[in-house]
Ligand binder design. Structure first.
Ligand SMILES: [Zn+2]
Length: 122
């Protein structure tokens, strides 16, 4: 069968620098067996599948990047940080004044936020 790698030419011009460009599939004869042809085709299909997989991964990555940028855009991380801070402050309030709504109310403002941060570092 005609070698599909070199097109029956026996040499691959793009690989002149490697062993004078001799085709490594047919070793310069320009012909291969039917069995070799099947193997070659299977290898090519595997390579194509790997390329496809890389492409999909890249698209997934692009989608993740887009999601991340969207989240920055709509303040997702900022909200998340604020929620975490609120929850931390709530825990501290609970630790320092269990079931005391008056205390919680009184310590809800900005000045106490800083104070609670200091307590949190204890
Ligand atoms: Zn060849």
């Amino acid at each position: 069968m005609k070698c599909p790698k070199c097109g029956g030419y026996g040499k691959i011009t793009n690989y002149k620098h490697v062993e004078g460009g001799v085709c490594f599939l047919c070793w310069g004869t320009g012909a291969i067996t039917a069995e070799q042809h099947v193997e070659f085709q299977e290898d090519e299909n595997k390579k194509a599948a790997r390329r496809e997989k890389r492409w999909t991964s890249y698209e997934e990555l692009q989608a993740q990047k887009k999601l991340h940028e969207d989240r920055i855009q709509n303040g997702y991380y900022k909200k998340k940080r604020e929620e975490e801070e609120k929850s931390r402050i709530r825990k501290l309030q609970e630790r320092h004044a269990v079931d005391n709504p008056d205390f919680v109310q009184k310590t809800a403002d900005e000045s106490f936020k800083e104070f609670f941060k200091l307590l949190d570092d204890e």
